[in-house]
Design a protein around this ligand. Structure first.
Ligand code: NAD
Length: 458
């Protein structure tokens, strides 16, 4: 079957209305949950082959999120699929108003390689929960995980309902030539623009989950001991290949040395310094190792800096005395390298952050409520947190999504369901009352007076 055939078959199947019942959706999600659990070992082996990701990391930062989304959807999608009563304004009296969610139809989900399971499967689960059919393309950059997901998906579902396609740019281009009813893409800003352009040809709505340089402010009153741990953990999770990881720190000069020493001590105690460890992930491929290596200026290395290209290992690294003119500040790092920029004046630090494209995440370490409120309200970013990094991603009550260059739209939990649903606004009117005389000529001043009151104020 060609991709075109698959999309046609899915459209025909969608139009039968089979996916609309909550019973059907529950059965499919249950079947998927069982298939994933039955094939867990294949998933563990594949991600180890691609990224040297341990079972511990794979469960905590991948599969647990997938299973959680499955159970969250199965528990709530019945409630979310119902019509929701809305107010009716007086000019429309008497009427009953509500919004009615409906699935878009045939959706396309393009995953990313850095958290291959959760970034591909969570939006897929959201799409199926909302009653759509789906074509899925895992990222070819992590080929073993792509093959594992394709195998499980294609063995579990009928192709006219959900189908996984493997491949790179060529496959993606062919897929994007088809008309979809919704496209959900996770990846970099450059490819995001290609996807957006392809979607525009069919006026297909999109969610783009993109990246950027995420700043973290460290204020003078920061609790150094705890925050150093959280900064290091958030940076080194997945060897820094995390879209919501801290990219660079803006540290107040009064706490810079103390924080650097503390972060170094945390890295020394818990992470490998100069050789591969089974508890520390590999960089996805040699091209990315070379890219990240070029961002490490040896003169600015405070800690780490070791690169072992053959084993795709980059040691946890801290760069200090970094300025906005350094290469490391010119692109998203997406690796285990933390750039530390010192500031004295918060106003000028804020001004520099505003010169960058809007980031996906922003973090503030410190307790000064005035400064925290200022940073959260004045700067534009997708989401973030105070005194922690990354973990807001795992709160399924919070929508996850970027703004500007870091993307558009959001998902996770109810927002995932909403993303893949169109909400029809409906007003039902009885026929026993009709203010006909107000609608038709002859128009007069007294009629206008009544309408002014009704339309302006009530
Ligand atoms: P990428 O944009 O390079 O690639 C994504 C996918 O695009 C690939 O799997 C590939 O098959 C496809 N592709 C390649 N060429 C294409 C083309 N011409 N047309 C259509 N599709 C094409 O991204 P990446 O390197 O896989 O991921 C890293 C980036 O993703 C980082 O910027 C990161 O911040 C971002 N990211 C964002 C999130 C998020 O949730 N916002 C999550 C993970 C990663």
């Amino acid at each position: 079957m060609t991709i075109k055939d698959i999309v046609t078959a899915q459209r025909t199947f969608f139009q039968t209305g089979a996916t609309r019942t909550v019973t059907f959706r529950t059965q499919q999600l249950l079947k998927f949950e069982r298939a994933l659990k039955a094939n867990e070992q294949i998933l563990f082996d594949a991600i180890y082959a691609d990224l040297k990701k341990s079972r511990y990391d794979t469960f905590t930062s991948e599969l647990s999120l997938v299973y959680r989304e499955l159970s969250f959807m199965m528990r709530n999608m019945g409630k979310w699929s119902k019509k929701k009563r809305m107010w009716t304004n007086l000019v429309n009296f008497p009427a009953r108003s509500y919004v009615l969610p409906e699935p878009y139809g045939v959706t396309y989900i393009a995953g990313a390689w850095n958290y291959p399971y959760q970034l591909t499967l969570v939006p897929l689960i959201d799409s199926l929960a909302a009653g759509n059919t789906a074509v899925v393309k895992p990222s070819e950059v992590a080929p073993q995980t792509s093959a594992a997901m394709a195998k499980i998906i294609n063995e579990t579902f009928a192709p006219e309902y959900c189908f996984a396609v493997e491949g790179g740019a060529d496959a993606a281009t062919e897929i994007l030539e088809q008309k979809f009813d919704y496209i959900f893409f996770t990846g970099g800003t450059k490819i995001g623009k290609i996807v957006y352009e392809a979607a525009a040809k069919h006026l297909t709505p999109v969610t783009l989950e993109l990246g950027g340089k995420n700043p973290a402010f460290v204020l003078p009153d920061c609790d150094i001991a705890t925050c150093a741990k959280r900064i290091v953990w958030g940076k080194l999770l997945n060897a820094g290949q995390t879209c919501v990881a801290i990219d660079y720190l803006l540290v107040h000069s009064s706490v810079e040395q103390k924080l650097l020493a503390e972060m170094k001590s945390v890295m020394e105690r818990h992470y490998p310094k100069d050789a591969v460890s089974e508890n520390f992930m590999a960089i996805v491929n040699e091209r990315h190792v070379e890219r990240i290596q070029q961002l490490i200026d040896p003169k600015k290395v405070y800690y780490g800096g070791v690169v072992d290209k053959k084993n795709r290992f980059i040691a946890p690294t801290i760069l200090h005395n970094v300025t906005f003119d350094d290469d490391v500040m010119k692109e998203e790092i997406f690796g285990p390298v933390l750039a530390v920029v010192r500031y004295d004046d918060l106003n000028s630090a804020v001004k520099r952050v505003k010169e960058y494209p809007k980031p996906l995440s922003l973090y503030v370490f410190g307790s000064n409520n005035g400064e925290k409120e200022r940073l959260f309200s004045e700067l534009s970013f997708g989401g973030g947190s105070q005194n922690d990094a990354v973990m807001y991603f795992a709160n399924d009550h919070l929508p996850l999504g970027g703004v500007g260059s870091s993307g558009m739209g959001a998902y996770h939990g109810v927002d995932g369901f909403k993303t893949f649903s169109h909400y029809k606004s409906i007003m039902e009117k009885p026929t026993w009352l009709e203010f006909w005389f107000l609608k038709v000529p002859p128009y007069s001043e007294w009629k206008l007076k009544i309408l002014r009151l009704l339309l302006e104020k009530l």
